[in-house]
Ligand binder design. Structure first.
Ligand code: 5GP
Length: 217
């Protein structure tokens, strides 16, 4: 079939971009949004995914929570005061922001724009409220992935094993988890984290499949 006809059928605008598609890079970057109730292994999964997946960048969010041991300012998060965070909101610096477990979290819009402009994909590990804001704003450019625990009972056991929270705090997290799970139908993919290795393979499979799509936006 002549190229001109292929172009018309597929919407591929020119030969160069069709070559770029077949060589694995696309004209636009995609935002991969990953959410999960606390204790589902999302942080570990995202860290490993970023290590394994070339062309996938992370975004350092702003937060008002205190740094945990080993966390570095500007790398894991930008740690700011509530006053600074509110000023950033007023200046329109966030693409989304939400209050999670009593602290503020926000994704800065600058790095997102820059990454997408450079045809790179970006990974956002954010809560469901933030994810819904991204969906409203950039839905067609985004892919939404929800990480699930094998069951609420398993989640309870994982939270207890972490020894990070009191019984009251664990119950609160389980209540919030139930609320977060009610957003599942708004996501594109659900991955049950029974075994980390399997969940990681599935997460990688989603990224690869999305990158191979011909018509995305
Ligand atoms: P943690 O304090 O444990 O790192 O994160 C608590 C929750 O806040 C997690 O669900 C995490 O995904 C979410 N979170 C982290 N950064 C952001 C952000 O920029 N925006 C939103 N909406 N949630 C975030």
């Amino acid at each position: 079939m002549p190229i001109a006809k292929i172009k018309k059928k597929t919407g591929i605008p020119n030969v160069n971009s069709s070559l770029r598609i077949s060589s694995g890079t696309r004209r636009f970057g995609t935002i991969f949004v990953v959410s999960a109730p606390s204790g589902c292994g999302k942080t570990t999964l995202c860290k490993r995914l970023l290590k394994n997946m070339p062309g996938l960048c992370r975004s350092a969010s702003f937060t008002t929570r205190a740094p945990r041991r080993g966390e570095r300012d500007g790398i894991d998060y930008h740690f700011v005061s509530t006053k600074e965070f509110k000023t950033l909101i007023k200046k329109g610096k966030f693409i989304e922001h939400a209050r999670v477990f009593g602290n503020f979290y926000g994704t800065p819009s600058g790095p997102i724009k820059k990454t997408l402009k450079n045809n790179k994909d970006i990974l956002l590990s954010i809560d469901v409220k933030g994810a819904m804001q991204i969906k409203r704003l950039l839905g067609p450019r985004s892919v939404f992935i929800f990480i699930l625990p094998p069951s609420l009972d398993a989640l309870n056991k994982r939270l207890m094993k972490r020894h990070a929270d009191s019984k009251g705090e664990i119950n609160k997290r389980l209540e919030i988890a139930k609320e977060e799970l009610s957003y599942l139908h708004k996501y594109d993919y659900a991955i049950v984290n029974c075994r980390l290795k399997d969940a990681l393979s599935q997460l990688e499979a989603v990224i690869i499949a999305e990158r191979l799509k011909i018509r995305k936006h």
